[in-house]
Design a protein around this ligand. Structure first.
Ligand code: AMP
Ligand code: ZN
Length: 116
């Protein structure tokens, strides 16, 4: 399923340009347009899932693959040893702005440990 007015679906379809760092049949990883750390990627499934709440058992292999890709990207970008953070904001209280499931990969500096 793709939603025509969803910005991340449009990135997944190549209709909006992005600084893509990884892509396969199921996923795309690109640089966040407003980076909050020296390494700040957004990693998304290409299918339109609104948030983690939309993930079904059927999607779980895809999400497992996505986390494996994040782990490899962290290594390739040189932050695996120094450390990094993977965040998926979910819903209003979670601070989710873009309504297409995405995971932030943040690293390259000591991140503020504060939550909320
Ligand atoms: P969230 O608050 O988790 O929904 O975060 C959405 C993220 O998407 C923010 O960090 C934005 O900077 C990022 N973002 C929005 N539009 C784009 C875009 N066209 N290309 C890259 N990143 C984007
Ligand atoms: Zn979408």
């Amino acid at each position: 399923m793709q939603i025509s007015d969803c910005i991340f679906c449009q990135i997944a379809q190549g209709k909006i340009p992005s600084e893509t760092v990884y892509e396969d049949d199921g996923l795309i990883a690109f640089k966040d347009i407003n980076p909050l750390a020296p390494v700040h990627l957004v990693v998304i499934p290409k299918i339109h899932l609104r948030s983690l709440n939309d993930v079904t058992p059927e999607n779980e292999p895809l999400i497992g693959h996505l986390l494996g890709v994040i782990r490899r990207l962290a290594e390739e970008l040189g932050v695996a040893e120094s450390g990094y953070r993977v965040v998926t904001n979910t819903g209003t209280d979670g601070g989710q702005v873009v309504g297409h499931l995405h995971f932030h990969l943040l690293g390259g500096q000591a991140l503020n440990a504060r939550i909320g």
